[in-house]
Design a protein around this ligand. Structure first.
Ligand code: NAD
Length: 245
């Protein structure tokens, strides 16, 4: 279904990005996954197979993004779908949020998303789809998430203006807004017990009473990137109804 299509996925070696890479590889696309650790990227490529190119670099660094774009150009040439997925979460009561953590969140989630699009835009072919990653935290009040949520709301807003700016080139820009998706993202910032307790609470509060899977995000990304040819500047919630019901 995606044979002959080139897809770039930032943060593609784990979690949602890995699941989306798996989906597109299964559909016949050639996929570039980016990440900061070559070892982790190599391990992901081993699982994903030969149609995957690894691109090392930190999305918070525009200089790295220049090099990443050069490699994507050499390996893939043009890009038909760009999934801007790399991101971190850091929760903290707002009283104890530090400047360092706040800056890290915005450097990766906001500046990283912005310059990923800027640096890869020259490679996007006419008709290409860009999908940015926001979060249900955009529209829900979540304790401890004020800085993360503010950054994701910035990404949601960025999608609208980028959609305007790329429209003359026939490129659409949309956002996917995941609710709770079962990945390791929580375990990266809290203990396994705290993550388990948090997850139990999330399940109890979700209208569908479960986490979503990366494959469910993958189908939404594929829709926005390839099928939604009359949709730009939009945000698609994939969250078990959490922000809609
Ligand atoms: P994850 O930690 O498994 O994946 C994030 C990926 O981004 C990792 O591969 C990580 O190495 C990469 N990354 C982080 N910082 C980077 C940097 N500076 N440069 C390059 N790569 C970097 O988490 P995930 O749950 O798969 O999250 C993916 C995206 O989905 C994030 O943007 C996150 O905010 C968003 N999201 C996740 C959930 C959820 O419940 N899992 C909910 C809403 C939104």
């Amino acid at each position: 279904m995606y044979r002959g299509k080139n897809v770039v996925i930032t943060g593609g070696s784990s979690g949602i990005g890995f699941g989306v890479a798996k989906f597109f590889v299964a559909g016949g696309a050639r996929v570039a996954i980016t990440g900061r650790s070559q070892a982790t990227l190599d391990a992901a490529r081993q699982q994903l197979g030969e149609n995957v190119v690894t691109v090392r670099g930190d999305v918070a660094s525009p200089a790295d993004l220049d090099e990443m774009a050069d490699r994507v150009k050499r390996e893939l040439g043009s890009v038909e779908a760009l999934f801007v997925n790399a991101g971190i979460t850091r929760s903290s009561p707002f009283e104890s949020m530090t400047e360092e953590v706040y800056d890290e969140l915005f450097a990766i989630n906001v500046k990283g998303a912005y310059f990923t699009v800027q640096k890869l835009a020259p490679l996007l072919s006419t008709g290409a789809g860009v999908v940015l990653t926001t979060s249900a935290a955009n529209v829900q009040g979540i304790e401890g998430a004020s800085a993360y949520a503010a950054g994701k709301a910035a990404v949601r807003s960025m999608a609208r203006s980028l959609a305007r700016e790329l429209l003359p080139r026939g490129i659409r820009v949309n956002a996917v807004s995941p609710g709770p998706i079962d990945t390791e993202i929580l375990e990266k910032e809290m203990s396994a017990e705290d993550a388990a307790a948090f997850k139990a609470q999330v399940v109890a509060n979700n209208p569908m009473q479960r986490f979503g899977g990366p494959d469910e995000i993958a189908r939404a990304v594929a829709f926005l990137a390839f099928d939604a040819t009359y949709t730009t500047g939009a945000e698609l919630a994939v969250d078990g109804g959490a922000t809609q019901l």
